[in-house]
Design a protein around this ligand. Structure first.
Ligand code: NAD
Length: 284
């Protein structure tokens, strides 16, 4: 008989609802519990069939048994929610970013080993066709030594994004403690792609500035990070901003290897814009 995996979702906002829909649409998974500090978030779901709770502690102590908790709360709460769930012997799916500091990520990993539970982080861009293709090109060594990497992330975050519907400041966007900054909330996927493709880096220099969001964020909205690839020693540059005019502009990665040049672009690093590799023809 097929074993059904029982899920609960913590944080029933924008992305929590996506988790709910995916769990409910999969034959091997069942959604058995929800929790959110704002009951309106859950009542909005309409059917009222799934038991819901006002916080994680009540879900864990009073809710139905389940196997996996999807953590879809604001960034700054991911680590404490993951630690609490792991200690209650749940596997966790953590929305990006895993946590807001390396120390917190390490605590979560340590706790998962201690409790013998799995931690899954949501990094869906790794599975986009251009990125899976690029990963295979790098692993097969087709580019030779990577000499230079350029990542550009230029998006727009309007004033509206940092407000609630009633015009008051957003509950977590723009705050240092719960949002953490644009490298966490907007560009985490692209930083993950960098590490996923090329391994660890050594940061040489960073310059950051809040060029357009001084009035509504507690962190810099733009910056430039110069780094070196640990493996092979190539130079890299990450240039990012949420101050692009009116709309998201691009998220691109350009790799200059000794045997080829590749640029993946588009709004979400999802289109091959250039590929020229010695003795290689790009598949359709
Ligand atoms: N994978 C992706 O591409 C992607 C896309 C969007 C958001 N996210 C991530 O998902 C997370 C949530 O983002 P969102 O856009 O859904 O935000 P949201 O504000 O729409 O939802 C967050 C929900 O968490 C609830 N919440 C806050 N504190 C809580 C607590 N202590 N206990 C229980 N519930 C609590 C809020 O009431 C809200 O309903 C963030 O970490 C964000 O970075 C990931």
């Amino acid at each position: 008989m097929m074993e059904v995996i029982r899920f609960a979702v913590l944080g029933v906002g924008h992305i929590g609802r996506r988790h709910m829909a995916i769990i409910q649409g999969h034959p091997e998974t069942e959604l058995v519990g929800l929790a959110d500090i704002r009951s309106s978030q859950i009542v909005d779901q309409g059917d009222g069939v799934i038991p819901y709770f006002s916080d994680l502690t009540s879900l864990l102590t009073e809710g139905p048994p389940f196997d996996v908790l999807c953590i879809c709360t604001p960034n700054g709460l991911h680590a404490e929610h993951a630690l609490q769930a792991l200690r209650a012997h749940k596997h966790v799916v953590i929305e990006k970013p895993m946590a807001l500091s390396r120390a917190d990520c390490e605590k979560v990993i340590h706790e998962s080993l201690r409790c013998n539970r799995q931690v899954f982080c949501v990094m869906q861009n790794r599975y986009s066709p251009p990125i899976t293709w690029l990963k295979s090109v790098i692993e097969e060594g087709l580019l030779g030594r990577i000499q230079l990497v350029q990542i550009n992330c230029f998006w727009n975050r309007s004033d509206q994004y940092y407000l609630q519907n009633d015009g008051t400041p957003h509950t977590w966007h723009g705050t240092k403690s719960l949002d953490g900054g644009v490298l966490f909330t907007q560009f985490a996927h692209f930083i993950d792609i960098l590490y996923w493709l090329l391994g660890d880096i050594e940061v040489i220099r960073t310059d950051m500035q809040n060029v357009a969001h001084q009035h509504n964020t507690e962190f810099d909205d733009s910056g430039n990070v110069i780094f070196r690839l640990i493996q092979g020693g190539g130079l890299g540059n990450l240039c990012f901003s949420t101050a692009a005019f009116r709309q998201n502009f691009e998220s691109t990665i350009t790799l200059i290897g000794e045997n080829g040049t590749i640029k993946i672009g588009g709004q979400y690093m999802n289109q091959v814009e250039h590929c020229l590799i010695q003795g290689y023809e790009m598949p359709e």
